[in-house]
Design a protein around this ligand. Structure first.
Ligand SMILES: [Zn+2]
Length: 250
């Protein structure tokens, strides 16, 4: 048994917010200005507050990374488990979330294992210790970071493992009040499927990019329903192609 690497937990690493634009049914009132999500300043504060380490690579909403990568990855040679709290989600939403994990898994080569339900709420309660990634629905009242036009957010806990930043936990919060349609489609107004893919993208180490046709663009829109070439290349880069992480912490 190798000695455990020194542990640096950065609970707010890579906090990313996802805004929705081009929503078919815009909120009745007050109409949010979406190009600059209002929570971005609060997010910066949270990142500084909970992750004072210079390892922080947090992305404020709307900021694109040139590399497209956040600088950490999971050990692709171990299964990555997740649980979903379906409370507040639309009918069939858990199946759609599982579909998103399968799509990301096919490209990265990471084996995502659905372990069932959880009662935990990401960004509100302690994470479920039984699983690697917690996905849950919430209202902005429950998770204030979801206020405004924010549809979803994600972050990770990352350890520095002999020069590699290894993700060991992830969480995704989905704003159940976001007025977008369910599931996946190829064109038209944004739907939840895009948000699932985008947030799982963050959890596996993808940053925002500047191309609005990619799922990792900071907003889900009419033009990024499908994982694009850039998305796919970055997913490959954080997956099995990068090799196993020796002495994995998980
Ligand atoms: Zn994002």
């Amino acid at each position: 048994m190798p000695s455990r690497p020194r542990l640096f937990l950065l609970p707010a690493l890579a906090l990313c917010l996802l805004a929705v634009i081009g929503s078919a049914r815009a909120p009745a009132e007050p109409s949010p200005t979406v190009s600059r999500p209002p929570a971005s300043t609060a997010v910066g504060g949270v990142v500084r507050e909970t992750a004072p380490s210079p390892d922080v690579v947090g992305t404020a909403a709307g900021v694109a990374h040139r590399s497209g990568l956040l600088g950490f990855r999971w050990n692709p040679c171990r299964p990555v488990t997740y649980r979903v709290n379906a409370r507040g989600g639309y009918r069939g939403s858990t199946a759609d979330i599982r579909s998103a994990f399968r799509r990301i898994g096919r490209i990265t080569g990471i084996r995502f294992v659905y372990e069932g339900q959880t009662r935990r709420i990401a960004f509100r309660t302690r994470l479920d210790p039984r699983t690697d990634i917690t996905v849950s629905w919430a209202t902005p009242r429950q998770v204030p970071l979801l206020r405004g036009a924010i549809a979803a957010l994600a972050n990770n806990a990352v350890v520095r493992n002999r020069g590699i930043r290894e993700a060991v936990k992830g969480q995704i919060a989905l704003d159940r009040t976001t007025p977008i349609g369910p599931g996946y489609t190829l064109a038209g107004p944004p739907t939840w499927g895009q948000a699932f893919l985008h947030e799982i993208g963050h959890v596996v180490g993808l940053a925002h990019v500047g191309d609005r046709t990619q799922v990792m663009y900071p907003t889900i829109n009419r033009d990024n329903h499908v994982l694009g070439l850039g998305d796919r290349l970055n997913l490959v880069a954080v997956g099995i192609a990068a090799g196993c992480i020796p002495h994995s912490w998980r």
